[in-house]
Design a protein around this ligand. Sequence first.
Ligand SMILES: [Fe+2]
Ligand SMILES: [Fe+2]
Length: 153
Amino acid sequence: MATDVFTQILKDHNCIKGLYRLFQGETDPKNREKFADGIIREATIHTYTEEIVVYRAYEKYMPDGKKYAQDSLKDHEFIRKMLVKLDASRVTDPEYAEMMDLTMKEFEKHVKEEEEEILPRLKRYLNDQLVDELGKEYARIKPTVPQKPKMHD
Ligand SMILES: [Fe+2]
Ligand SMILES: [Fe+2]
């Protein structure tokens, strides 16, 4: 049985938060860059995968899912705009830490809403088979999405 979709999402969120803690606790620029690159890559992959699999499921299975999907997409677009900026900057730039903190503040706010409100709500409209199917789809799509953030407009 594939890992269910909710477990995979939580794992992604925790991985990105964990990389941020490592980034914060590190003073060596080389290591800070390694953790920052990890955040940029993992957050990019997560947002794209979630949009394709999970936000589509909001629209399909939740009665008011369209609104949730649109609001969540706006959060993702802001986060990706920040990831593009981070990606184009150097970890040693004076404003880098501030940009990263702003990005992660938004990310943490966004995932808190997903974990505490929206995903539990989605879960109520899915049966075990759908949770399993979405989990399989999530695992299938994740290796196919862009790993570098880019702007679409
Ligand atoms: Fe999200
Ligand atoms: Fe998420």
